[in-house]
Design a protein around this ligand. Sequence first.
Ligand code: AMP
Ligand code: TRP
Length: 338
Amino acid sequence: MTQTTFTPRVFSGIKPSGGLTLGNYLGAIKRFVGMQGQMETIYCVVDMHAITVWQDPKELANMTREVAAGYLAAGLDPSQSILFNQSQVSAHAELGWIFNCVARVGWMNRMTQFKDKAGSNAEKVSLGLYAYPALMAADILLYHATHVPVGEDQKQHVELTRDIASKFNHDFKTEFFPLTTPVIEGPAMRIMNLRDGTKKMSKSGESDMERINMTDDADTIAKKFKKAKTDPAPLPETVEGLSDRPEARNLVEIYAALNDMTAEAVIAEYPGAGWGTFKPALADLAVAKLAPISEEMARFMADPAEIDRILGAGAVKARAIAEPILRQTYDIVGLLRS
Ligand code: AMP
Ligand code: TRP
């Protein structure tokens, strides 16, 4: 069978489960902006994913606005991209249920992120946390998205999305869903914790010193980079010299991603440099790139009604694409519409 061709379309999302980090910016948002204008782009604040772990109802709406403010401040433009929050388009939950019935328990058991997050507590976490990759597949396939820009940690979930699309197409003898391509490229696909270069930088680590938040002010950004853990050796002369040095490699990769260059080019600019030289240069670069975004985020956050309006208008556009695809899915599955 020849694969049906689908119009190129980008979908991606971020959970409003805590403040945005530099990992979210470099691994996701900055790249979302880069794809805008090149093809149709749909970016979602995935609030239904956030509630797979407890969220204070009083905070959730504000966190949703804050992720939206991060999108807007970084350069996503509601006239060029569809921006909305997931719960305003109920088709996500509906297609998510169908995919719960397509995905196999054995597939879910292989998801490494679930194993990491649930740890020894797997009996006590929500069923939603276990099933969430099927909802993520629904987020993507509800728009027949062909490209999904994500950080390295999401690769397995986009591969699962392809498995779900293939099994659906095979079981129902159709070519209805595309096999989506994960877009994971560039130097910053896995930004590490500033205090421990073996752990991913995340919204929820214990200490604020281990991450850069998109809302941090210039002094805080500079302080966090200057205190970042490193080994004592200077930077190597070639990029190969970073291979067993996770903290050093992380700082070089952050510099590269912030400045749109490769890690090789950073090393060529700072061969053999000591931390006393490189850390202040990195801090200055990060402040120059991030401070304008954090100021713009604060400006958006001062007008929540405007953010709500943008998300509501985006949801109308999202529904116009999603609802016909959901209806066709129901027809393929044989769910009666009368
Ligand atoms: P989340 O905050 O888990 O909803 O992640 C949203 C997006 O940010 C996903 O595409 C992640 O892969 C990306 N992301 C989150 N943390 C990092 C990180 N430390 N490095 C690179 N990408 C990240
Ligand atoms: N699961 C992703 C994360 O934790 C967020 C997400 C949900 C997503 N749905 C998506 C990313 C669809 C890309 C496409 O980071």
